[in-house]
Structure formats: C-alpha cells, structure tokens
Design a protein around this ligand. Structure first.
Ligand code: PLP
Length: 415
C-alpha cells in the first residue's frame, strides 16, 4: 500500500469485523470506536436495519449501479428525504447528487456559486476543512494538505472564524471581532477587495479542532453574504445527519443556506453518497450533466440512507443523542477544569484541546493500546476528537470515555 496510507499507521492492526460501536481485529481484540469513520458511521457499524434492507434489496435483484438514472431506490430515498427533512423545515431546495465524496459536493457548490454570481473568490475560514481536490483544497486551511497540491490554490481567501468559545492559544483573532471591519472593507469601493461568489463554512469545524461557530456571528456572515449578493454555503459533511442532536447542525441557528453540502453519514452504513441541497433559483444555472460523475447516487447507499432517514421520523434517536451528550459532558467536567485543557463541542462531537500535538498523538496511541479508536485534529493535531456512533451502547460510551479521560490525565501527569 502507498506511503500515503494514514489511518492504518494510527491504528496498526488488521480489522476484521465491526458491530455498532465496536471494531474487532483479526486477533479478536475489540476496540470501542470513537472515530466512526470520521463522521460516517453515525448509525453504527453494520446497523441491523440497514444490513437487512440492503440484503433484501440485493437479493431482489435491485439495480446496484445506475449512474444518475432514475431508480426505485433513488425515488424512495428522495421521497423520504422530502418528508423527513425538507417538508418540516419548509425547505425549497432541490437535491443535486454528485460523485460520492464530500469533496465532490464542495467542488460542485463552489462551481455553482461562481456560475451564479459571475465572481471568482470564495470566502472560507481559518481552520476550515472542505476536502482534497483542487477547488475544495483551496478552501481547506491546513498547510500540510495544501502543500501537496503542486499548483497554486487560487480564488479562495480565508477569514477568521467566529467561535462560540475563543480557543485557547489561538492568535488568529476571532471572526466576531473582525466582522465589522470585514463588512466595512466590502462597503468601501476603494478597499481593493472584490465581492465574493460565496461564503462557505462548517458550523462546527471538525477537522479544524472542533470549533463551534458563534450563533450571532454565523447569522451575520449569512446576512453579509446576502447583502453582497454572494451565496451562503454550509458544509454539513461531517457534523450533519444528527451528530449534534438534530438533523442539521444548524437547526437551532435560524439560518437559511443557499447550498448545503452533505456526504459521509448520508449513505447510512458507510457506503458512499454525497449531495448538495441547492435553492432552485441557483440550480437553474446548471445545464444537464455539466457536473457529472459515474457514481452520482449509488443504490446501496440510497437503500441504507433511507433507513438512516427513518431514524428522523420520530425524536427517539435525537433524544438519545441529547442524553448521551449529557453523559459525555458530565464525564468531561473534570478535564475541563484542568489547566491547559479546553473542551469544545456540540452534541456528540466533542473535542479535548490539550494544547500540544505531540501529547495528543501519545494519547491517541495509548487509547488504541487500551482498546479505543479516536483521532486528533486541529492545529498541529492538538485536539482529541470524540465522535462515537450516535447509536453507541451506554456501557461502551462510558468505557470509552474512561479510557480517553485516563489517557489525557496520564499525559498531563495528573494520574
Ligand atoms: N467537508 C468536511 C467538513 C469534511 O469533514 C470532509 C472530510 O472529512 C470533507 C468535506 C471531505 O469529504 P471527503 O473526504 O468525503 O471528500
């Protein structure tokens, strides 16, 4: 395997089986999964509702591959999405299926914003993560990833993100403080700043260090975008699909994005699927097949994804997420009070910022030894990210939390 491989270095074993929040390696060692495929497996590994539906679909000779032709599997997914997500929110958006990765959704969103406005610049934010293909990589902030591009990453500028909590040690300046200046620069016709095609952001920057956007700041960015005639794009790829306690991470933020990028958990059980929700007046600017792709909507993902959507037909799962968020928050209280540690998050994405990438790496390695899978994120990898499946059993959640809390205390020399 290529030198590029990454997670197999962090988790040096060979996995064989997986069920809900547990992964089992070929030696029979069990690991609790607080990584969940980087936000893909919100409904756990091999979710029984999904495996059953997929097996039945395959055994009935349901169409597996269809490019973007119409299929019964796609229709059922789309109808369920409309009923469960769009109608209750009165959303006018259309569903644009793209190649099955998050980065492809972001590429399509950026292309469309440029088309609609006739402008080039997309405003993204410090610590943003939007993917690895050239358009989205230009919007991704991390130097390590950007360095691999081989060509200049143009037509995106990064502005300070407006965090709910100012991150410890962050010297970039908070977006809340610089918002008025940004607005003034756009208002001044001699500022030299070109009006952008779009403002694009994650409501919770997951890879960027679990930075939760301040509600008021987010609304003001949205209104700045509208005032400037730019599109407002929200990237829900990692934190959507119930992660924060409601379907969208911004359900309680009172915003109305022009484009919402979705992927990861959308396919339900870990098979890929990505789509953009696009306001119809913008969608009209596409010509048929202009942003094409061989795997635009896969039937297996539509079938499993429909089962994922069924979880939102009532509030049972979201009530569970609220309860488990309470468990996580309570268990993290002790760490939160320790010097040099900051806890940030919303719902079942929580970050433990320990302020030191090398130390966080050690914590991740120790957790792995103790049977817990998790990842580090943020500048220099200093934040330990907790994103267990939403369906995790209480015993696994408690055991996993104990492992990571002990590993952090040990690393900080307080054990
Ligand atoms: N956007 C966000 C917020 C992400 O977290 C990711 C992946 O982690 C992406 C985009 C890119 O998705 P993919 O890796 O499927 O291309």
């Amino acid at each position: 395997e290529s030198n590029l491989r990454a997670y197999s270095r962090v988790y040096p074993t060979v996995f064989d089986k997986a069920i809900n929040a547990r992964q089992i390696d070929e030696n029979g060692k069990e690991y609790i999964d607080f990584f969940a495929g980087a936000g893909v497996l919100n409904f756990g590994h091999n979710n029984e509702r999904m495996t059953k539906a997929v097996i039945e679909y395959i055994q009935s000779n349901g169409v597996t591959h269809s490019l973007d032709m119409s299929t019964t599997a796609k229709r059922t997914f789309m109808e369920t999405f409309v009923d469960v997500v769009m109608k209750p929110r009165n959303m006018p958006h259309v569903m644009q299926f793209v190649g099955p990765t998050g980065t492809n959704a972001v590429e399509a969103a950026m292309k469309l914003a440029r088309r609609v406005t006739g402008r080039q610049t997309v405003v993204a934010f410090h610590h943003a993560f939007h993917g690895m293909t050239l358009g989205s990589l230009a919007a991704t902030a991390n130097e390590y990833f950007r360095g691999a591009s081989g060509v200049p990453l143009n037509h995106v500028e990064h502005q300070p993100f407006g965090c709910e909590k100012t991150c410890q040690g962050c010297e970039l300046g908070c977006g809340k403080a610089s918002l008025d200046a940004l607005r003034a620069r756009y208002a001044d016709s001699s500022s030299g700043l070109e009006k952008p095609a779009a403002f694009m952001l994650e409501v919770i920057q997951a890879e960027g260090g679990v930075n939760v956007a301040d509600k008021q700041w987010l609304k003001e960015i949205e209104s700045l975008a509208k005032d400037l005639g730019a599109l407002f794009i929200v990237d829900e790829i990692q934190v959507g699909m119930g992660r924060t306690g409601s379907f969208f991470s911004f359900d309680d933020y009172d915003i109305d994005p022009d484009i919402i990028c979705m992927a990861k958990g959308l396919g339900g059980m870990g098979t890929p699927l990505a789509m953009n929700l696009v306001k119809p007046e913008h969608d009209q600017q596409w010509s048929p097949g202009e942003h094409t792709g061989t795997f635009r909507g896969q039937s297996i993902s539509f079938v499993a994804g429909t089962e994922a959507l069924n979880y939102f037909k009532d509030d049972a799962l979201m009530k569970e997420v609220a309860r488990k968020t309470g468990m996580m928050t309570e268990m993290l209280t002790e760490l939160a009070s320790m010097d040099g540690i900051q806890i940030r998050g919303k719902g079942m994405i929580q970050g433990i910022d320990i302020g030191d990438g090398a130390l966080a790496k050690q914590v991740v390695a120790n957790c792995f030894e103790s049977g817990l899978l998790l990842g580090a994120c943020g500048t220099g990898g200093r934040v330990i990210k907790l994103i267990p499946p939403l369906t995790i059993e209480d015993v696994d959640l408690t055991e996993g939390m104990n492992i990571v809390i002990n590993a952090v205390r040990e690393a900080k020399g307080t054990l």
